[in-house]
Design a protein around this ligand. Structure first.
Ligand code: F0G
Length: 478
């Protein structure tokens, strides 16, 4: 098979700024060992997120000039609505400034105290918006999905037996919505099979419960279905996406991912009454129904991005280029979430730094080391992001401790990724020296964004003394 190449060429470049290790050590300390608090000018390769970091195409940039900035009834909205309806089939399309605004509107209407909302795995903002409404956000991942070392085609799905049990226990009236996140971001960017989407939809509907998709990465998920699920190899990816949406009653979407733009989102649904309520909340909190907190030109760019993202040469390159990084790391024995996901490679911090207890945040330690080593910014997806405390103040850890290396769309070249692989391997080789961290300050919600950390400096372990003995012994054997 021929090399899968970038299906684009580069017209405009953005200069990178190099720093020294000494500078990065100081900058990281000033940022309280939380790379969210770094200035992006001090970051060389930014793998913090694939969200809103896309390089837009020439067509998208030129469409911005054609935006119709009318407050109401903008031509740009109707273009956007048409494209969203074509892909999703949903009757009502409500634009928002990003994905979490769609979540907030939806859960302020269907959430509330006593309600339970299941998902394969809730993203952090989805969980926060549900909990903010007073409802409970419950994760029901496929049991394989929380075992990073296991290779399977569709680890991102929902445990359908657990869903049946939860609905039975909670009673359908208390479950206002069942959700599936495609791909499963918190679960390692793993895809959800069409079969699982169909099953979850069937179960929800059999209890009269609406079913929504969190569709941020719907196109990557559709491409995985084409590549891996029986019967879909010859089906155009757009048709696969349309089938995915056909089982749902609505969706939330952050177009900052598979919309191939720098901002935006939408809430879409078929229910007339719910849509009317949602539009009323939108007008109060985001803006009029034909712009929802966005400049109208943004809607132009989204309309084009949603078409470009379904180009199969783009999706083949996209999935292959992420896998390329995963393969390079696995070849050096670095433990990662297997197989590689659609938008990111996730390091398995528990196996990467087994000497750091979960209560000292091994993922955050790796994140810091990667920045110091090579100026690479990544994010912990583990107990910093999802940890909670019990009534005694002890940490209730996340099921997995991961470090996400999210690949922005159409931004970095193969040599950037080679550099990343080299840096991760260097940190891995020196992993025994990674220190644990304690939290010095944390806000009450979404703590990973702004927490401050301190490194736990332990006395040099005896192991290192043995290490020098080991050299002597080796010499002796020689
Ligand atoms: N749902 C999923 C699955 C997401 O990954 C995100 C954002 C959102 C909802 C919220 O969208 O940021 O536009 O408000 N994920 C980003 C990330 C932030 O880094 O994975 P938003």
């Amino acid at each position: 098979m021929k090399t899968i190449i970038e299906p684009f060429k580069i017209k405009m470049v953005e200069q990178l700024r190099f720093t020294t290790r000494e500078e990065r050590e100081e900058l990281l300390q000033l940022a309280h060992y939380n790379p969210f608090l770094l200035h992006s000018d001090d970051v060389l390769i930014d793998l913090l997120t694939d969200s809103g970091t896309t390089a837009m195409s020439a067509k998208q940039w030129s469409a911005l000039m054609d935006g119709d900035e009318a407050y109401a009834g903008s031509r740009s909205y109707y273009k956007f609505e048409k494209v969203v309806q074509d892909i999703t089939g949903f009757k009502h399309v409500i634009p928002t400034h990003q994905g979490r605004a769609a979540e907030r509107i939806l859960f302020s209407l269907v959430g509330g105290v006593g309600k339970i909302i299941p998902n394969n795995t809730h993203f952090d903002t989805t969980r926060a918006n549900i909990e903010d409404s007073g409802a409970a956000a419950v994760d029901l991942p496929d049991p394989l999905g929380i075992r990073p070392e296991v290779i399977a085609d569709f680890k991102g799905g929902m445990d359908v037996d657990a869903l049946e049990a939860l609905i039975f226990q909670a009673r359908p009236a208390n479950v206002p919505l069942v959700m599936l996140t495609v791909t499963n971001n918190t679960g390692g960017g793993q895809p959800v099979s069409m079969r699982n989407i169909r099953e979850v939809s069937r179960i929800a509907h059999s209890h009269g419960i609406p079913f929504f998709l969190d569709a941020c990465r719907f196109a990557e998920n559709a491409m995985f279905i084409k590549l891996r699920e029986k019967g879909y190899a010859d089906v155009p990816v757009k048709k696969i996406a349309q089938e995915m949406f056909s089982y749902a009653d609505g969706c939330t979407m952050s177009t900052k991912k598979d919309g191939l733009v720098n901002t935006g989102g939408f809430l879409a649904m078929n229910d007339d009454a719910l849509a009317m309520k949602a539009r009323n909340v939108l007008i109060v909190t985001e803006g009029f129904t034909t712009y929802g907190g966005l400049a109208r030109r943004d809607l132009e760019a989204i309309a084009i991005g949603l078409v470009e993202v379904l180009d199969e040469s783009y999706l083949a390159y996209r999935l292959r280029s992420v896998q390329y990084l995963g393969d390079a790391l696995e070849a050096q024995g670095v433990p990662i979430m297997r197989p590689t996901g659609g938008h990111a490679v996730y390091l398995d911090a528990k196996r990467f730094a087994p000497h750091i207890p979960v209560s000292e945040y091994p993922g955050q330690s790796i994140v810091c080391a990667l920045y110091e080593q090579a100026g690479i910014r990544s994010v912990e997806v583990g107990s910093v992001m999802f940890g909670k405390y019990d009534s005694n103040g002890s940490l209730l850890p996340s099921p997995m401790e991961l470090v996400r290396l999210a690949i922005p769309r159409r931004v970095y070249t193969q040599s950037h990724i080679d550099y990343v692989a080299e840096a991760v391997c260097e940190v891995y080789v020196d992993r025994d020296h990674l220190p644990g961290l304690r939290i010095a300050y944390e806000p009450p919600v979404l703590r990973h964004f702004t927490s401050h950390f301190e490194r736990i400096c332990k006395p040099v372990p005896a192991l290192h003394v043995v290490g020098s003995n080991r050299v002597a012994m080796t010499n002796g054997v020689r």
